[in-house]
Design a protein around this ligand. Structure first.
Ligand code: 13P
Length: 250
């Protein structure tokens, strides 16, 4: 059985105080009966207080990036060891914003995925095509390359620990969601790529959808066979809207 994981990606939002108050509110709204796993991707500066705020709840904390070395002369970077030290359990890697603004390559992202796994962090590998790729019929080609190169040289035992987040770039922050059928089709294709790489292990790998997921469209998307959760941006910034997406995954 694949795990359904609803994760929020707060991106560059929320101070420490805002982090604490949102997580306290979210905890109050959760009943404890949620069958999905809940993850919050907080900014680096809020990670320590986020981990403390979710103690005793079923919420886990993710970082939004990391550098693939344990320590050293890498000014401004954060290591997996530092994340583990804080009690962080997941790390979002290869988000399209990092690919676009910070020119992260598949090769570099692959290094991060392997490094995260070696520290016992669960990587959430983001992939997804741009609008021009979809319009030119290159959706599968682009996603296949990102999956194959992002997960290169992983064993099946490692692959099963990875979460893949399919986030069509044209749907991020635009209010344009892929229809459930469109998303399902791509998720299925991604799972076929995973099958070619890791055989039956592919059936165990959680593939989240991301891109303008909200309280209104979550249920239909999450009902699809190969959609095993969501990576939510804007709608994860308020407890009231995020809890509705969590409930949609029940
Ligand atoms: P939005 O939900 O704001 O479209 O963002 C999606 C995303 O990029 C999550 O990583």
């Amino acid at each position: 059985m694949r795990k359904t994981i609803i994760a929020g990606n707060w991106k560059m939002n929320k101070t420490v105080e805002e982090t604490k108050s949102m997580l306290i509110e979210l905890k109050k709204l959760m009943t404890g009966k949620e069958s999905v796993e809940v993850v919050i991707g907080a900014p680096f500066t809020s990670l320590e207080s986020a981990v403390k705020a979710v103690e005793g709840s079923r919420i886990s904390i993710a970082a939004q990036n990391m550098y693939p070395k344990s320590s050293g002369a890498y000014t401004g970077e954060i290591s997996p060891e530092m994340l583990k030290d804080l009690g962080v359990e997941y790390v979002i890697l290869g988000h399209s914003e990092r690919r676009e603004y910070f020119k992260e390559s598949n090769e570099f992202i692959n290094e991060k995925v392997k490094c995260a796994l070696s520290y016992g962090l669960t990587p959430i590998l983001c992939i997804g095509e741009k609008l021009e790729d979809r319009e030119n019929g290159r959706t599968l080609e682009v996603n296949e390359k990102q999956v194959r190169e992002g997960l290169a040289n992983l064993t099946n035992e490692e692959a099963v620990k990875v979460i893949v987040a399919y986030e069509p770039v044209w749907a991020i922050g635009t209010g344009k969601t892929a229809t459930p059928e469109m998303a399902q089709e791509t998720h299925k294709e991604i799972r076929e790529v995973l099958k070619a790489m890791f055989g039956d292990t592919s059936e165990e790998i959680t593939i989240q959808y991301g891109g303008s997921m909200n309280a209104k469209n979550a249920k239909e998307l999450l009902a699809m066979n190969d959609i095993d959760g969501g990576l939510v941006g804007g709608a994860s910034l308020e407890a009231g809207s995020f809890i509705e997406i969590i409930k949609a995954g029940l």
